[in-house]
Design a protein. Structure first.
Length: 179
């Protein structure tokens, strides 16, 4: 989305505050498990991670902690802890985050820097797959969604950063940083 068309940070936060991402909601946990389950299958015991863009109720971080992993939180609106962006991690998660990035190239570069060699970046976003239906696509109609991705976009990002790519289920990618 062109910068003049984007919402202000205040307007964006107001919309995020309307989201119902309750960590106790079984349906929401099932939704997050699309990323959590395949990611956890790759992680060694005690791995340390970052939930990047965790939102006000970091449900995914809680699920990963239940799995025995340590998870730091970062969200520019709800957990703006810049100290979390000064260390490295075995894994980073971005669930329903990358479509909100105003500077995606910069953020993917940062995420690469934050990943330890052999680390995993887990992303969940609705893939754009049908140009003919784009104008009426529900995901495009969210005014906080400013960039969209195809599976081919993640293939390109993997090549650019030297990551290995897996697509375990629809709308989920796991990217592994080289050792």
């Amino acid at each position: 989305m062109a910068p003049p068309s984007r919402l202000s940070a205040v307007e964006e936060r107001r919309i995020y505050e309307l989201h119902e991402n309750n960590p106790e909601d079984a349906g929401y946990r099932r939704f997050l498990s699309k990323l959590a389950d395949p990611l956890m299958a790759h992680l060694p015991p005690g791995a340390e991670g970052l939930d990047f863009g965790c939102g006000p109720g970091p449900a995914l971080a809680g699920m990963l902690e239940e799995g025995g992993f340590t998870v730091a939180l970062y969200d520019p609106f709800f957990h703006p802890d810049n100290a979390a962006l000064t260390r490295t991690y075995d894994f980073i998660t971005c669930t329903e985050v990358v479509e909100h990035l105003h500077e995606p190239a910069e953020v993917f570069g940062l995420l690469d820097q934050l990943l330890r060699p052999g680390g995993w970046l887990g992303i969940m976003t609705c893939f754009q797959t049908d140009d003919a239906r784009f104008d009426n696509w529900h995901y495009r109609r969210d005014p906080t969604h400013v960039v969209f991705y195809r599976q081919a976009t993640f293939q390109w990002l993997a090549r650019k950063h030297g990551w290995a790519l897996e697509v375990p289920v629809k709308d989920v990618v796991l990217l592994r940083k080289g050792r």
